[in-house]
Design a binder for this molecule. Sequence first.
Ligand SMILES: *Cc1c(COP(=O)(O)O)cnc(C)c1O
Length: 400
Amino acid sequence: MTPERPIYLDYGATTPCDPRVVDAMLPWLHRDFGNPASSGHAWGRAAAQAVERARAQVAGLVHAEPSAIVWTSGATESDNLAVKGVARAQRARGRHLVTLKTEHAAVLDSMRALAREGWEISCLDVRADGLVDLDRFAAALRADTVLASVMLVNNEIGVVQDIAAIGALCRARGVVFHVDAAQATGKVAIDLAALPVDLMSLTAHKSYGPKGVGALYVRRKPRLQLEAQMHGGGQERGLRSGTLATHQCVGMGEALRIAADEMDAERARVRALQQRLLAGLGAIEQVFVNGSLEHRVPHNVNASFGAVDGESLVAALEGIAFSTGSACASAGGEPSHVLRALGRSDALAHASLRLTLGRWTTEQEVDAVLRRLHEQLPRLRGAGRPPGPHRADAAAAAAR
Ligand SMILES: *Cc1c(COP(=O)(O)O)cnc(C)c1O
């Protein structure tokens, strides 16, 4: 019943390193091991050059000045630095922050921490398709609003927010605008030369780079006031102290170089797989796709299954790696805050699958997952559970 080998459809959680990334990283772990801050000798200077080359590659993907890129340990740290860093540095301007209910915990919990220190947070509802209502967003901005944070691509449902329009509203009101783009690199084009965005969080490991490295784009002109979260050697213009991990920086640079070079071809290939998966799911009764299909990356399918218990659905998919609509992967976790924000019931949120596709996903794998769902769902639904309301509606409609 289980497929010949496990199928990985959890690229939204993390990706393997591209072999080209691993090759680029290796010399910096052993042969060229210098500290990039050691400018007095060749080892240090070689490492510094590698770090700067990688910085330019990261900047290149998002069309930013390399000097606007600050290395971090990942998007969690970037989100913390952006949100807390701006709020605390600019507390004299106001004590109000705006974000969405569907944001990542790294943003939401950073804001919750600030709320305990006296900041006021407006955490906005989204529309049923997961997108921001621009009028509601505009109405939330106040004279004392210091910062707003909206992610580009949602990690659970893959919807793409209209960052240009949201940023324009912020800019018109003098509000600093932060964008979490952890899920966006290599999936959507990002042009920071044109977008009204002040801060952008990036990470390597969602885009075929190593875990444990990321970056924060910090707009240089006009200069943005930002308070460092870590104090020490003053690296990264004092914004992020700590010896830079040369191999990690090189890995992220190479991963994002590949992302830039191959994005168009990869998007087309993954789009075809997404369409195949959606068509297969469409042939099953009571499947509800979560989030806009139109404004969505090709790499994400998130669907709720009616009239089935979430735990049994997960059990029936053994051998396939995916994420569920429960915050905790184990049974009994809280329903996803994102699916709840779309208006899904707890039962539907629990019976939800996030299937995320990537560089090595094949048609055969998509077909194997669909086959399993087609086999297992009728069995699960026939196992003595009362029919769900939608099935009852369909039966009633058929009887009429
Ligand atoms: C994965 C993710 C993060 C956290 O990134 P790390 O690099 O794992 O710390 C933050 N935001 C979003 C949207 C993510 O998908």
